[in-house]
Ligand binder design. Sequence first.
Ligand code: PMP
Length: 406
Amino acid sequence: MSLDIQKIRKDFPILNQQIYKKPLVYFDNGATTQKPQLVIDEEVKIYSEENSNIHRGVHYLSEQLTQRYEDARKVVRKFINAKHDHEVIFTSGTTESINTIAFSFGEKYVNEGDEIIISTLEHHANIVPWQILCERKNAVLKIIPINENGELILEEYEKLISSKTKIVAVNHVSNALGTINDIKRIIEIAHKRDIPVLIDGAQSVQHGNVDVKELDCDFYVFSGHKIYGPNGIGVLYGKEKWLNEMPPFMTGGEMIKKVSFEKTTFNELPLKFEAGTPNYVAAIGLAKAIEYIQNVGLKNIAEYEKELLDYATKKLESIEGLKIIGTAQNKISIISFILEDIHNYDAGMVIDKMGIAVRTGHHCAEPLMDSLNIEGTIRASFSFYNTKEEINSLYDALLTVKQMFG
Ligand code: PMP
């Protein structure tokens, strides 16, 4: 089935506007995606008609909204095909999810001299929490290297694993280069040695089906705002066996069973990891966003975005002096590039004046940029609401940049 993109674009009100008197071309979907009207409407409806703190009241509004929050959890569970609802923890986003795991898993399982494996491709959110843990526990961080295409070198990964490895944490898709990592293989290799694996799915869930049961990953995390949902909501999926053993990260209301001044006992999953008032409005909005993309069809989304990626790659490659950074065989609809002798920031400023939103810089992946010996890139990240005509506009803008600075 082919998608009716013009019809889809009407669902996203923000796209229908001019920036500097030019039609907005939004190619910063890797940073955050835009929201369909039905997600925006859902939030307005909750605040206008249904708002009440959940879990705490016996009154009508509270009970109704508690049910809707728990229904949202079920939508997420089905979406990623988790075994149990309580394996889905709502957080504020990928960053909080990873911090929660790094702290709690680290507290329980990581000791002096132990090792944690991450990769060169990681976002700072999947580096810094592990670094802090290593400092706290006197553990060692090991890094999977990449080849010249920006793909993880799995033979080197295997060599990094030792009897001291406690966890492997890698992204599914690199936000900076678009590389899709062979996480199935990465997980299999770790599991042969009984080592759990965390997958940072911030750049993958919005582009195709994710099945945590099939992948057999131990943890999978993502952010609502990158999957057409609201800000301030994210997901931490964890296998029950780990989450039950791990101590809570944040403490306070909701996550307790019984509190006295002498001692506190903790609640069952998932509430053990949801201290305080959760962002129930955003959780329900996230469920709406998931239902929306399920209606569009994840297979359709993946196919169309691949078409956009191939089209843009061909077009951009034809520009003299433009170098694509990240040429993995398996890529998501993200293109990072640099222009010979032109600073990314200068190029970004000119592209912006054409009404085109791209991102320039290190994309929160400074160690990756260091390893590539570059300061940063210009990144265009496409969504299923983008069009080939918009890619043509980027192409034209890049020719203008070259004329101005070349
Ligand atoms: N991991 C990856 C791969 C990302 O792309 C991002 C966001 N750019 C994050 C983690 C952090 O996500 P958030 O800021 O929503 O917590």
